[in-house]
Write a protein that binds this ligand. Sequence first.
Ligand code: KG4
Ligand code: ZN
Length: 356
Amino acid sequence: MSRPTKILGIETSCDETAICLIEVDENGKSLKILGNTVHSQINEHIPYGGVFPMLAKREHEKNLPIVLEKTLKEAGAKSSDVDLIALTVGPGLEPALWAGITFARDLAEKWNLPIVPCNHMEGHILTSLIKKKGEIYEFIRPPLPSLSLLISGGHTQIVLVEDIGKYKIVGETRDDAIGECFDKVARTLGLEYPGGPKISKLAAEARRENISSPEPLPRPMISSKDLNFSFSGLKTAVLYLTRKIGTLDEKTIKGIAREVEDSVTEVVVSKMRKAIEQYAVESLIIGGGVIANKHIREHLEKLAVDCSVPLFLPQFDHATDNGLMIALAGYVNKKKAVNFDAPLKASGTLPIDEYR
Ligand code: KG4
Ligand code: ZN
């Protein structure tokens, strides 16, 4: 007789130290989030204008035991309740990933538990495939094949999902990821790291106050026939525009933020429309920190309605990195569990389509 499975998800691929304990019911149909802690290192990285990998590693090492204790306390659980440890092994910043690997290994040895090595990007996909129903979350089986758009600080990819676990990248950025573009543009505009949420807020204000950019910005690769992206030109265009303007007042900053958000949204929607035309897909799954952006979200919702395909999005507070996404990936991949002494390796560039 099977019984509920408790999975501890550990995420340290970037600047969030995150641990989540979930309990999946015995039929694998629903789950409960028992404890969920995300400790952001943003304040530590602000002076560097971005994430500084060795500092991230040190902060993870310092915070992991605290985050674990907090999560177990919230869950009212003890070590002997946990069945499985799920861990991000890539992609991400390698020093940061190693902090998670070392911690998870020690824990697995001490608690005598197996570890499931997980792909961070698969975690982002899976986070969009649960739906809150009262106290529990139901697992959603999306109509397949599906197209997944993954937009984060490190990635911008369109992934063909033939099945859960069967992925093929059909388009991706040639240079900067969308989140990275937001963060770099924000820096040019004199806004603090991470820029995504700040651009998002200022762009919304610009829309409300009817403020536009002093000049239009490019929509990079919007007319190219392929499904690839490029965002470094947009970042550079903002740099040249701000140099031309000189001193930036609040109104100009808001106008530029709005134009950047519009550019990114139009490019993403146009590429996804092309992808839907090219692949006969039955659904869309969106994941990654940038989908916390309301404007992009609304336009993808419109696209899905236009194209009559169901759309799966993460809950707003599950869009950016968290331990839940890794606990879910651990559940889906539980057959790949290994012992604490298995040769786990951090992979900064672990591709979603080569992992399995
Ligand atoms: O998935 P995530 O938490 O970390 C990575 O896997 O990279 O994504 C972080 C990215 C950052 O670049 C951040 O600026 C961006 O997501 N982001 C946003 C918003 N919230 C976070 N970008 C645009 N609008 C937002 N509201
Ligand atoms: Zn992420």
